[in-house]
Design a protein around this ligand. Structure first.
Ligand SMILES: [Fe+2]
Ligand SMILES: [Fe+2]
Length: 254
């Protein structure tokens, strides 16, 4: 675990403050923690889907990708959701993956598709795992507002078309790295089942961080270290600043 976390801690500019842990571990936060975690998994899949559709896939394949996401999105966005039905549905993810066609006009299409498809698959699986835990604990899913973190990170993405993908990939790396750091830091304070689940997520989240970071360097003709440092500072500001709302990626509780 320490080996897995060493590069993450080197990448992030600050550690999650204990004030956040103290709120997150409280019994009264459990419902919001799990619902927001569930939403974060869907958002992570959607972000990767957006990048694939915008840059790497043919239009037809982009549409197939949307069909893949539909049951998850309907579960979250439609009011008449049924957790039992959703978890018992028939899934055919692998058939879709085999038939995806690259966008011929984007030279890194073949580099983006495999790691991002794998990431999407894993995020959807995590989404289902969180829902399973919620079902077992009789916590119903309900809509809650997203925190300010991801939006805050995205607000620093350049408007220069040629560098947007690089920046979004760096932002992806930070969000994944922070999630990984938080899972590890929070796990010992949670009940055994939840703690074990959070530790089980570390490996894939650490790989997502690595994949995003290496893709960011691949698509950029220049060295990205300065840009990485810039986003690292913005990210640490969001984590250390006072936040009036508790979320998985929120800042210091007021
Ligand atoms: Fe995940
Ligand atoms: Fe992830």
């Amino acid at each position: 675990m320490q080996q897995l976390l060493a590069p993450i801690h080197g990448f992030l500019r600050c550690e999650t403050p204990q004030t956040w842990i103290d709120i997150a571990r409280a019994e009264s936060s459990l419902e919001e923690l799990l619902i927001d975690h569930c939403n974060c998994e869907l958002k992570a899949a959607q972000t990767a889907m957006f990048l694939l559709r915008r840059y790497a896939l043919s239009q037809d394949s982009g549409r197939s990708l949307l069909t893949w996401a539909k049951p998850y999105e309907e579960f979250v966005y439609l009011k008449d959701r049924n957790i039992e039905q959703f978890l018992a549905r028939d899934v055919k993810k692998n058939e879709l993956i085999a038939s995806l066609q690259p966008n011929e006009h984007f030279k890194f299409a073949q580099d983006l598709i495999p790691p991002l498809i794998r990431l999407i698959k894993e995020e959807f699986h995590h989404f289902e795992q969180v829902l399973e835990l919620m079902r077992a604990r009789h916590i119903p899913y309900r809509n809650i507002r997203a925190g300010r973190y991801a939006k805050g990170m995205m607000s620093h993405v350049t408007t220069h078309e040629k560098d947007i993908l690089r920046d979004k990939l760096i932002v992806g790396a930070y969000i994944e790295a922070r999630s990984c750091e938080r899972f590890a830091k929070l796990a010992p304070y949670l009940d055994a089942q939840l703690g074990k689940f959070y530790v089980s997520l570390l490996r894939s989240e650490a790989r997502h961080y690595e994949d995003y970071l290496s893709l960011a360097q691949l698509v950029s003709p220049e060295d990205i270290s300065e840009r990485v440092a810039y986003f690292g500072e913005r990210e640490a500001e969001l984590i250390m600043a006072a936040d009036d709302e508790f979320r998985f990626h929120s800042g210091q509780p007021l």
